[in-house]
Design a protein around this ligand. Structure first.
Ligand SMILES: *Cc1c(COP(=O)(O)O)cnc(C)c1O
Length: 352
């Protein structure tokens, strides 16, 4: 059969986003996509057991009213400052569609979350990629480089590098960039501070947070954004009518209502992070400071080979072959047992 493509040329030309692999078997140690080693809060399981399936015949609340009330209160905002999404990727897509087109560029750093340029491609928008400095920090001339863009995606802490840009630098960008600044705080729960209060000062700032990492709910797909009510209003027009399912709303709420469990998990991951970093340091790895639930590390041997050797031992981490990142691997902080297994396997790999 002959095939004729009717796609927009940009779609045929582009690669598409490559998510980290999700192996089918459970017998591997999976440290490649920054999921939590802990189960979701016990209340999530209870809410699932208690959920009456007859409710599914109705559509969900299109704007997640209860969740927005509670998220707003927890963060010192009103529900008019909050929008919920099917994971933060959904919110990033909505933002791209709201603020970029052929004539309105996106800006983002390199290296950073590789979904950002993919979203620009999908939208047919130019993407200005601003190289981070050699130590993965924001360059001094960032505003000159980003000039002309209408949307600036900044992951803070950054991924895959794990470092936290200085808040003063963030604030300067928010104050001076002529467009929307999205601060993607997917990992902020693991870091020493965050930029949530900048939304009170700057009407061009959007903060995104996800339940995928710190709340052990990557499979659920839930995230929220915080911004000026006018920005939220515009994003509401752009989103799918029912972008957050009823089950997602029920289970996300159950997670939110157990702050004690959440804190315990985050603290344990931060403690495990330091143990893992110390263990790898002893094995002569270069370790970048991490404010996340992963480590971005330079192995003492070829990074790609180390990544492959780990895989042969059923341990999956993430390798990014691009120029700036090809000498590193990114390792999710797992449970104490998983981290110990990684260290043991690493020792074996290095000794042969
Ligand atoms: C994991 C990650 C996300 C995606 O989060 P979801 O809510 O699961 O879509 C967004 N941004 C960064 C920087 C991430 O690492």
């Amino acid at each position: 059969m002959t095939y004729t493509s009717y796609f927009r040329p940009g779609i045929d030309a582009m690669e598409g986003y490559t998510p980290g692999e999700q192996p089918k078997t459970m017998d591997i140690i999976k440290l490649n996509t920054n999921e939590s080693p802990f189960p979701p809060a016990p209340g999530v399981k209870q809410a699932l057991l208690d959920f009456e399936t007859v409710r599914l015949r109705r559509y969900p609340d299109p704007v997640s009213s209860v969740l927005r009330e509670e998220i707003a209160a927890m963060n010192g905002y009103g529900p008019e400052n909050i929008i919920t999404g099917n994971g933060s990727d959904d919110l990033l897509t909505i933002l791209t569609r709201c603020f970029t087109d052929e004539h309105r560029a996106m800006a983002c750093f390199d290296p950073s979350y590789s979904l950002y340029p993919t979203l620009a491609n999908l939208q047919g928008a130019p993407c200005i990629r601003i190289p981070l400095t050699d130590d993965f920090d924001i360059p001094d001339n960032v505003l000159e480089q980003a000039a002309g863009a209408n949307l600036f995606f900044i992951a803070r802490p950054n991924a895959p590098t794990g470092n936290l840009f200085a808040k003063a630098k963030m604030e300067r960008i928010c104050a001076e960039f002529k467009g929307i600044v999205v601060i993607d705080e997917a990992y902020a729960d693991f870091s020493r501070d965050n930029c949530m209060e900048l939304v009170k000062k700057y009407s061009n700032v959007v903060i995104t947070r996800t339940f995928s990492k710190s709340r052990s709910l990557a499979g659920l797909r839930f995230a929220f954004a915080v911004a000026h009510p006018k920005i939220i209003e515009g994003m509401m027009k752009m989103k799918d009518s029912y972008n957050v399912s009823m089950l997602t709303q029920v289970l996300a709420l159950a997670s939110l209502r157990d702050p004690g469990y959440f804190e315990k998990c985050v603290n344990e991951i931060k403690a495990n992070r330091e143990v893992l970093a110390e263990g790898l340091r002893k094995l002569s790895f270069g370790i970048l400071p991490s404010e996340t639930n992963f480590l971005f590390v330079q192995p003492p041997k070829n990074a790609k080979k180390y990544f492959e050797d780990l895989k042969l031992k059923n341990i999956v981490v993430r390798y990014f072959p691009m120029a700036r990142t090809c000498n590193y691997v990114r390792i999710t902080v797992g449970s104490a047992a998983e981290n110990a297994a990684l260290l043991k396997a690493t020792e074996e790999i290095l000794s042969c």
